[in-house]
Design a protein around this ligand. Structure first.
Ligand code: F6P
Length: 550
């Protein structure tokens, strides 16, 4: 129903892009800038307080036109409409994909199986509001009557990365006295290190798990529960533990009263869930007002995505540019560099969003794919990463498209720090685009008074090929509204890439095999079952580890 009769790499748009890429490989961006003084203006889009400049990409009018045709051939517009209408576009799991409903500020009805989902969403939002306010105001107290100021989110993947990223992004808005912690890894160190800092009387645990069956989360929650019960006794649990899940039965089984449970739904994917009660810690830390502003920012991006023409559509254009390099330039990576310390966790969040969504090799027609899907996403905070992986971005043998994200105004305008930061982000994108020819490097060395021998010895090392693409995304300030816009922009970009690649961006079956095998190996490591049915390497490793642990 949702597949396409013709594979996308056999489409005329794809073929045209292949020959266009051959042509564009010979073109230098710096020449295109020289020829067209309006290039930046032409390839810049604005939405509210956000600007996207995508002019430093290896594209021209013809490329842009071909990319838009690809989107048309892939029926991107229809797929967007299907998602917003609540159609079951997650075909392998037979589910609607409605993170957009979580921030549907207009409250227009959205139906799944004939039922409007908005009333339930609004009920949970009201519950998030009243609970987060009660915690912040100290009205919902701990078992011994103390205010709950240490908020611990226990979850992993989508039940951790989104809230963790957003809570950090909004650190400047945290309520007075509130501290947030995240426990995700099964490594006991994660739990031990967080618990060692906490006082049980002032600690609230939010156990987040869509399925409530994830071994890491349940094990961590169990350890935290023991820690609390040891200190305050069993009756304290209802004052110190709440759960966020779609699975009331498992929540109850775990020992959390469903009164203390915040519901969400199977039409919200884990990595798309920070807008649901999975974001409860965001509302507690930064206040419900800010949580609402974040939803409003996302909603603004949703409307833009749904209603804008393709050639003005920010997420769609970003997706097309990503496909352009991925499939026509054989590029395998994409770097996201946020020049904002508070966005430190954005790349980690995007790694799940993009790679769990689009790292797929079977298409919607149940066929193996013979073209490249998700790139590898990596990144970090600027300027830090300029001193780590940027050497490779500037002089590596292949290029890495970059997204540079920066606020015009910092939350901490200290001295000239922010201007130095801004100068750096602008310098990076310009340097990547322009590069420095061998002749330019030689002339620089000459001006510095170097000998001819020295110049000849160093000029290639000091050259930069340039023509390395980047997008620059500027916000006036990264407040909750801007954060909502930014994250929704990446969600929709990821969706469009998936539509073009004709894959289901909303399942994650690739994480299952490792989980199954770990369950088999666990009793073997614990000694209760003999190790068999493994390759010789795994068998030997089990044996060695057991010996070391004796
Ligand atoms: O890694 C697989 C995965 O299912 C993710 O998609 C999800 O975000 C994470 O595990 C956690 O799942 P849950 O919220 O059900 O505990």
């Amino acid at each position: 129903m949702f597949g396409r009769s013709k594979e996308i790499n056999k489409s005329t748009a794809w073929k045209r892009l292949e020959s266009q890429a051959k042509k564009m490989r010979k073109i230098q961006m710096r020449d295109m800038f020289d020829k067209d003084p309006k290039r930046a203006e032409k390839y810049t889009l604005k939405l509210d307080n956000m600007v996207l400049d995508f002019s430093k990409n290896i594209i021209d009018d013809k490329t842009f036109e071909c990319l838009l045709k690809l989107a048309k051939q892939a029926k991107v517009k229809q797929k967007i409409e299907q998602m917003f209408a609540g159609d079951k576009i997650n075909i392998t799991e037979n589910r609607a994909v409605l993170h957009i409903a979580l921030r549907n500020k207009d409250n227009t009805p959205i139906y799944v199986d004939g039922k409007n989902v908005m009333p339930e969403i609004n009920n949970v939002l009201a519950k998030i509001k009243s609970f987060s306010e009660a915690v912040r105001l100290g009205k919902f107290k701990g078992h011994t009557g103390k205010k709950l100021t240490n908020i611990v989110n226990i979850g992993i993947g989508g039940s951790d990365l989104g809230p963790k990223m957003a809570v950090e992004a909004l650190r400047k808005y945290w309520g007075k006295g509130i501290n947030c912690y995240f426990i995700s890894n099964i490594d006991g160190t994660a739990c031990a290190e967080v618990l060692s800092k906490l006082d049980p009387e002032t600690t609230l645990f939010i156990v987040c798990s869509k399925t409530f069956t994830t071994i890491e989360t349940l094990t961590n929650a169990k350890t935290c529960r023991h820690w609390l019960v040891d200190a305050l006794g069993e009756p304290a649990v209802s004052k110190h533990f709440v759960a966020v899940s779609t699975n009331a039965k498992e929540v109850e089984k775990f020992g959390i009263d469903t009164e203390n449970m915040f519901e969400f739904w199977d039409f919200v994917g884990g990595r798309y869930s920070m807008w649901s009660a999975i974001g409860l810690i965001i509302a507690i830390a930064a206040g419900y007002d800010n949580f609402e502003k974040m939803l409003a920012g996302a909603n603004a991006m949703d409307k833009h995505f749904l209603n804008s023409e393709a050639d003005k559509n920010i997420p769609l254009i970003l997706a097309l540019i990503s496909v352009w390099y991925n499939n026509f330039f054989n590029v395998r990576n994409h770097a996201v560099v946020a020049y904002d310390q508070y966005l430190t966790y954005l790349p980690a969040y995007l790694q799940q969003l993009v790679m769990e969504s689009n790292g797929k090799f079977v298409n919607l027609d149940n066929k193996f794919i013979n073209y490249q899907t998700s790139p590898v996403i990596f990144g970090g905070a600027g300027t830090d990463v300029q001193h780590s992986f940027f050497q490779m971005i500037h002089q590596g043998t292949s290029f890495v498209p970059c997204d540079f994200i920066v606020p015009a105004i910092s939350h901490n305008e200290v001295g000239e720090h922010h201007e130095i930061l801004l100068a750096n982000v602008l310098a990076q994108s310009e340097a990547l685009m322009k590069g420095k020819t061998v002749a330019e490097a030689a002339s620089e060395l000459k001006s510095a008074g170097k000998s001819v021998d020295e110049i000849n010895r160093l000029k290639k090392y000091k050259s930069f090929k340039g023509n390395r693409p980047s997008n620059t995304i500027i916000f006036k300030k990264i407040d909750a509204y801007a954060l909502g816009m930014l994250v929704a922009m990446y969600e929709h970009k990821t969706f469009v890439e998936g539509v073009i690649w004709n894959i289901d961006s909303f399942d994650q079956m690739g994480v299952e095999l490792g989980k199954q095998m770990a369950l088999k190996i666990l009793p073997e490591l614990q000694g209760s079952r003999e190790s068999k049915d493994h390759d010789s390497s795994t068998k030997a490793l089990i044996k060695m580890i057991k010996k070391m642990r004796k």
